[in-house]
Design a protein around this ligand. Structure first.
Ligand code: PA5
Length: 471
């Protein structure tokens, strides 16, 4: 039986079609033409699931022991500590921060302790010195647990944060400092696992078959979520539901993730090189950030699986409804025809706020009286959808019955499966990130790390900057 909480997300594709937006839209003929490709993508997903770097497909099913350990550890942390700080970057940070914002009070850290379901929460995904200094101004490290998350155990940003924090902990706490660190990393490879073994940190593992941006539903995301009092069983149940409906049929009219991938594929071929993600909910603002990494890093590839140059990808852009109606939407409606816009609708917000009476003398304002902010945000979304449709702009709407652990689990799995389908259709490896590695290696070289001498020489041999162009 479907409870109020356990409702499915749905996708409204009407405004992607020529029936609604005219010649810019996708036709049934377009979809029929790529049927062999959607069939192949579906088969590739089915064959690949659980293998290679597709271990994330099985996370709803194979983590019972891990989940039990996570819940036990989370309860201990909540009991003992005032702050929980994630040290990580990219796939090791975006998911935890997105889920925190989606499922906790929007002013979580400002609430008094008795009103929070967990410690104060911080995700430090940059090495801006001012940011680290600012964090240390507001937390007492002796009342804080640091979750160092790095699958590779060698990412400069995360390891430099680890060094700063472990040094501080040693100085401030002495013996027992290691109890303030939880390491989430690869079970066998990298520096962090060695440090964890040396120092006796509590550890959780990122399965070797799960890449950073596909890792929210493993301990990378589940531990921070559980510490915050989020129902991680519900998140996994939501993901399992989507796996059931989006990995079960190669009929695009029964499989919304495959339909979405097919429509994005056609859109890309028609020159729509930008994917805008625009949730109409502050709680989902950072889900758009998480999506941008998933979409950008997975699909932005130079090489096809056959080794040819393809320079694939679609640039992800985040926007927030209604805020960006007064910033970006002008461009979306009147600018170049180069975008697919994904709106995220929430049917039932967790709060209702009434707009008070007043201003009766001013009809331009008084029409709002007696209504709610819920009605206003909903009508503004419908109005934007209509304006996009009238302007012949490809757009579709993902409908969340409400924002809860079950629908967030669904949303995460939905985008992951869609990304895998589209990667297969584009004939690229959606699970590697050679571009990111190139940047990481250049940083190591600039620091003179052993083994990166050749890279350093290469950087030093690059053309000197022209002074006249630095104005
Ligand atoms: O998706 C990815 O694989 C990357 O964004 C990584 O998550 C990011 O580079 C951080 O890597 P690591 O977890 O090894 O520190």
């Amino acid at each position: 039986m479907r409870t109020e909480k356990r409702k499915p997300i749905r996708v409204d594709f009407n405004n992607m079609t020529s029936d609604f937006i005219g010649k810019e839209g996708i036709t049934t003929r377009d979809l029929n033409k790529i049927k062999p490709l959607t069939g192949q993508a579906f088969a590739a997903y089915k064959d690949g699931r659980g293998k290679g770097m597709m271990g994330w497909t099985e996370l709803p099913y194979n983590q019972a022991d891990v989940v039990a350990d996570i819940k036990k550890t989370a309860a201990e942390i909540s009991e003992k500590y005032e702050n929980f700080v994630v040290l990580g970057i990219g796939g090791s940070a975006l998911g935890p921060f997105a889920v925190f914002n989606a499922l906790c009070h929007l002013r979580h850290n400002d609430l008094p302790k008795r009103k929070r379901k967990g410690p104060k929460f911080f995700v430090e995904d940059n090495v801006d010195p001012e940011r680290m200094a600012a964090l240390l101004d507001v937390i007492d490290v002796s009342k804080t647990v640091f979750n160092v998350i790095t699958k590779s155990g060698s990412t400069s940003e995360t390891m430099s944060q680890y060094l700063i924090i472990s040094d501080l902990l040693k100085k401030k706490i002495g013996d027992g400092w290691s109890g303030h660190i939880i390491a989430t990393t690869d079970e066998k490879n990298g520096n962090l696992i060695k440090l964890a073994e040396e120092n006796g940190f509590k550890t959780f593992f990122v399965p070797s078959s799960v890449g950073g941006r596909f890792s929210e539903l493993c301990p990378v995301g589940l531990l921070p979520a559980a510490v915050l009092g989020i129902d991680i069983d519900e998140m996994l149940a939501g993901a399992e539901y989507i796996d059931g409906v989006c990995a079960d049929s190669d009929d695009i009219y029964k499989n919304a993730a495959l339909m979405n991938a097919a429509m994005q594929y056609i859109a890309i071929k028609k020159g729509k090189n930008i994917s805008v993600m625009m949730p109409y909910a502050d709680s989902l603002k950072y889900m758009a950030d998480w999506y941008c990494q998933l979409w950008g890093e997975s699909l932005g590839k130079e090489k096809s699986l056959d080794g040819g140059n393809v320079y694939a990808g679609q640039t992800p852009v985040k926007a927030l409804g209604v805020t960006d109606q007064h910033s970006q939407v002008q461009l979306y409606i009147e600018g170049p025809f180069d975008k697919v816009i994904t709106l995220i609708a929430v049917e039932k917000y967790r709060k209702t706020v009434k707009i008070a009476d007043g201003c009766e003398r001013y009809p331009n304002v008084s029409f709002l009286c007696g209504h709610t902010l819920n009605e206003l945000i909903t009508n503004e979304r419908i109005a934007t959808e209509y304006a996009l449709q009238k302007a012949s702009r490809l757009n579709h709407t993902i409908i969340l019955p409400s924002v809860n652990a079950y629908t967030i689990g669904q949303l995460i799995m939905f985008f992951q499966i869609e990304t895998a389908y589209l990667g297969a259709m584009l004939n690229i490896d959606a699970f590697n990130q050679p571009g990111v590695e190139a940047g990481k290696n250049a940083t190591y070289a600039l620091f003179g790390r052993k083994g990166f001498e050749e890279k350093r020489a290469e950087i030093e041999a690059s053309p000197k900057k022209k002074r006249k162009l630095i104005i």
